[in-house]
Design a protein around this ligand. Sequence first.
Ligand SMILES: Cc1cc2nc3c(=O)[nH]c(=O)nc-3n(C[C@H](O)[C@H](O)[C@H](O)COP(=O)(O)OP(=O)(O)OC[C@H]3O[C@@H](n4cnc5c(N)ncnc54)[C@H](O)[C@@H]3O)c2cc1C
Length: 482
Amino acid sequence: MIAKQLDSNRLERTDGWGQVVHAVDYVYRPTTVAGIQDVLTLARDTGRSVGLRGGGISYGDASVNAENILLDLSRMTRILDWNPETGIIDVEAGVTMRDLWRYVVGDGWWPNVVPGTMFGTIGGSLAMNVHGKNHWQSGTIGDHTLEFDAVLPNGDCITCLPDETPDLFQSIISGVGLFAIVTRARLQLKRIYSGRLKTTSHTVPDLKSLLTLMDAQKDDSDYLVGWTDCFAKGDTLGRGQVDATVALAAGKDPLPTQTLRLAFQDVSDTIFGVIPKSILWRVARYATNNVGIAWLNRAKYWAGKLQHGKQALNSYAAANFMLDYVPHWKKAYLPGGLLQHQSFLPKATSEQAIREMLTLCQARGYPSYLGVIKRHPADDKYLLGYSLDGFSLAMDFRVTARNRAELLQLMYDLDDIVVAAGGRFYFAKDAHLRPESVSASLGAERMQTLIALKRQYDPANLLQTNLSRRLFGKQFQVQSKT
Ligand SMILES: Cc1cc2nc3c(=O)[nH]c(=O)nc-3n(C[C@H](O)[C@H](O)[C@H](O)COP(=O)(O)OP(=O)(O)OC[C@H]3O[C@@H](n4cnc5c(N)ncnc54)[C@H](O)[C@@H]3O)c2cc1C
């Protein structure tokens, strides 16, 4: 049982992953359901709200709760049950994607959906309903969740199943931690017959070719990702590369027992066996500017041309979590950090909207340092779903004290392009969206359902974060205490 007043020793600085958002919160790290219920009671007794945090790797303010309580679930890390015959696993909410794949890969299983980094927790991944490079065909993590346990803001523990409790299932999943605290999840994993994936890289001269090729490849690929050089202009605007990846079918890997081993999956932490990758960000820091990144993009594009049509075999971990193998790369963006703009666009308007966004960034002098394009399926059933039958574009921008205001204006102008194109946004990556862009993209019906469900399950507005106050503050304020 914890004290009836807030302990100032619990005050900690918490950051969004992109290092743009910083807050000081009262951080509690329970390991049991009873511990979570105690924190909820403490919040009610002290008139504070409760924000949730898993791995804390959402880019912006989704897992910070300034001057209020932050319930950090990262110590709930037990694997509760594993059946290597069926591929069904029960885990606590603080188990990370890393813990998960490392536990099962040797038995020939892999999560159906993994995001681009392995450091998020299952609880945080459900709250954002994460997707991977196979989104258009495998859906989101919610689609592979058989059931989960959660603690409601009133302290009740519930079990949610997709068919028996659809409204709670579909709103806690995707609900950015606004409805309940997930404590346990049962996931269906997928069978794999090799620890390796085969990737074919194709270089494309412009945006139209990139989107057309991604569409053409989707029926024959298990994973698909496009990279675009955001500095390319004119006829070459949108040029880049498409990586189409397939899993090896049963019997195609001569040494599956070897390649499924952790030792095979783990990527070396040095380059050429000598240079530690942990120093790379220090070097990258000097190139993280318009001139350096423009040259790196050119080099990547021309190097890609040499690899055009060639195939490479990579481990599942290397293929899925490439960025994780450059430790601390985000530090190259310090001291100001990075803002990501990720938008989801319907297929019919994707090309025009992406063209407009890339051109606008260049015209303002802020070409994005990253350009990742993915293919997505039609609208899903989740409350705060972001999916659309079309493409997404993710762009990273370096924030400095001098460019902050201009960059923010650029983000708003990009949002307007997305809204006009009928697109959506992904809150896991967001640090800047305004309520009007969110309402416009989610639509009136979803917004009304969101508000109604929030009032039903959390009438005192106990569960909040900086993100929820920024995006939905006014709508939930009616019954808010804080
Ligand atoms: C380099 C990088 C690449 C990424 N690539 C992808 C990608 O390809 N696809 C993708 O979909 N995402 C991607 N992400 C985003 C990431 O997967 C999500 O932000 C995910 O939510 C992180 O999990 P977390 O445990 O760190 O969540 P946190 O950031 O800690 O929290 C995220 C949200 O979940 C809520 N929450 C946390 N724990 C719980 C719980 N137990 N119960 C209920 N709510 C909870 C929080 O309130 C918050 O709103 C990427 C992030 C990074 C940094």
